[in-house]
Design a protein around this ligand. Structure first.
Ligand SMILES: [Zn+2]
Length: 95
């Protein structure tokens, strides 16, 4: 999954930016956000289409960037996960 990074001050943003809100630089690049650790996990049993009936949402800390990702694996707090994405958003899997 891609995130924005300021080449001037190294600030990272989950949402795309035209300029850095910290240093006002427009030297923004897209980088890969590949791994993180599970902070919290919640299992969902009744979900809207097109998602499966049983899956989990993990809150992940990826080097200071906190995001939510779907998973169909049995994860617990502290697990290291790889982060990818599909057309519905971020997905994580145990690594
Ligand atoms: Zn910056």
């Amino acid at each position: 999954m891609k995130i924005s990074r300021c080449r001037n001050c190294d600030a990272k943003f989950l949402v795309g930016r035209v300029f850095c809100p910290s240093c006002k630089s427009d030297a923004i690049e897209m980088i890969d956000l590949l791994e993180g650790k599970v902070i919290e996990i919640v299992s969902l049993v009744a979900t809207p289409e097109p998602f499966p009936d049983n899956y989990s949402i993990a809150m992940i800390d990826a080097n200071g960037i906190v995001l939510f990702a779907r998973t169909d694996e049995s994860l617990k707090k502290g697990d290291s996960v790889g982060i990818t994405e599909d057309e519905f958003g971020p997905i994580c899997n145990k690594i």
